[in-house]
Design a protein. Structure first.
Length: 420
């Protein structure tokens, strides 16, 4: 049984127990022998269901907390292992100094080009090097310039700039990797229907209806500048700083698009996907929160977590469940839970207008698809005028990806929370 079924059975058993007691109280008597046996049996059932609920709740929380996992790979374990050893700094440095040994990086780049049939302007960098970091990392990363070279501090003690919290993959999005061309994912839109009929009566024909969810390559890029000394360093710390910075920059771009991408050149995000369910927090109340949860359950789905802006978290924490009744508590009282579902926040969720409003999204996050097309294209330009004059090198990174919602009714969007 899933968590909701366990809770429903427990609630039903408790209601039956309450009914036995109310019947006896109404007749001003104690429980009869049969009623006592039934009550004890129900009590044992509730205890067992409570144990099952604790286990199911623990597993649901652990599974929800797991990062979204790639559901496709190259199929070549040796090649994937070599890809994870790819060094971005060696790949960049080899374009500045022919003596830098970047044989592995050149071979991997050529192999990626052969396998994908793509022509890269620069170096094909495998996405595997970001496998543990893209869309999940909030760890320090590197910025451009030569100031990160220090004889007094380790690279892993570099003080990063403040970044928006990256949440989408951690919420459980489904990641599709190593895609080629446009990807059409079949979707069952409507099932055949069953009906009761009289004897010797004919059944009415009903057909399955199919649709598709399409992922199409969309391109995002970043221009950054590194010092010549930095990229020629052989320190593993410098490699990690460069990886972290590219991972965080690209991840922030994808997170933002997954939440509120407007379509066109960028992916269409959840808030702009046609058919998503709508909720309201215009006058925040416990009833509005429960209505949002109910909307997904009425669509025969089950939400897994909330995503919102930090200002909405503040709003929910300071708003009473029942206006004027402090004893009822606040809408959000737990550290990171709302209506018994996990909640996380990031400034990448839109906040705009005057007075300002922001958005809360509740949904089944495994129905959010994030697709990657093999690798990102790293082009090194040591002759860009500004970088050249300083002895630095400009690096352009282009990534091909897309985002799609498998079932729009898997998400409820409330974009009217007053936070001004």
């Amino acid at each position: 049984m899933n968590l909701n079924e366990i809770r429903e059975q427990r609630a039903s058993a408790v209601a039956d127990m309450r009914g036995l007691l109310q019947t006896a109280d109404g007749e001003k008597r104690s429980l009869s022998e049969d009623e006592s046996k039934k009550f004890d049996k129900l009590k044992a059932k509730v205890s067992d269901l409570e144990t099952q609920e604790q286990r199911a709740s623990f597993m649901a929380e652990q599974e929800r907390a797991m990062s979204g996992q790639p559901v496709a790979g190259s199929g070549d374990g040796n090649f994937d292992a070599e890809c994870r050893k790819f060094s971005i700094t060696k790949a960049i440095a080899s374009k500045l100094d022919d003596s830098v040994d970047a044989g592995r990086e050149r071979e991997i780049s050529q192999q990626i080009a052969r396998r994908t049939g793509r022509q890269f302007d620069g170096i094909a960098v495998p996405m595997e090097i970001f496998e543990e970091r893209v869309l999940t990392t909030t760890a320090p990363g590197a910025g451009p310039g030569s100031n990160i070279i220090s004889t007094d501090h380790r690279g892993d003690q570099f003080i990063d700039r403040l970044r928006a919290a990256l949440r989408i993959r951690g919420l459980g999005a489904t990641v599709l990797s190593n895609l080629r061309g446009n990807v059409d994912i079949p979707k069952l839109k409507a099932s055949a229907t069953a009906a009761w009929v009289a004897e010797n009566s004919a059944l009415s024909a009903s057909d399955h209806q199919f649709d598709k969810v399409q992922l199409t390559p969309k391109h995002a890029g970043a221009l950054t500048e590194f010092s010549r000394n930095m990229v020629l360093q052989s320190s593993p710390d410098i490699e990690q700083l460069v990886r972290n910075d590219f991972a965080a920059v690209l991840a922030e771009t994808i997170d933002s698009a997954a939440i509120s991408g407007a379509g066109g050149n960028e992916p269409t995000g959840i808030t702009n996907t046609s058919g998503v369910l709508t909720g309201s927090l215009a006058t925040p109340s416990w009833s509005e929160v429960l209505s949002i949860v109910e909307a997904i359950e009425e669509a025969d789905n089950a939400g897994t977590a909330w995503l919102t802006h930090p200002s909405v978290v503040r709003l929910l924490r300071e708003t009473l469940k029942e206006s004027g009744d402090a004893g009822a508590g606040y809408i959000m009282e737990g550290a990171r839970r709302l209506a018994d579902y996990p909640l996380t926040s990031t400034t990448l969720v839109p906040k705009s207008g005057s007075p300002a409003t922001s958005t809360a999204i509740f949904g089944n996050w495994s129905d959010l698809l994030i697709g990657y097309w093999s690798a990102f294209d790293l082009l090194v330009n040591p002759y860009e005028s500004t970088a050249y004059s300083k002895g630095n090198v400009q690096v352009r990174a282009m990534m091909t990806t897309d985002v799609a919602v498998r079932h729009p009714e898997s998400f409820v969007v409330a974009d009217d929370a007053p936070v001004g």
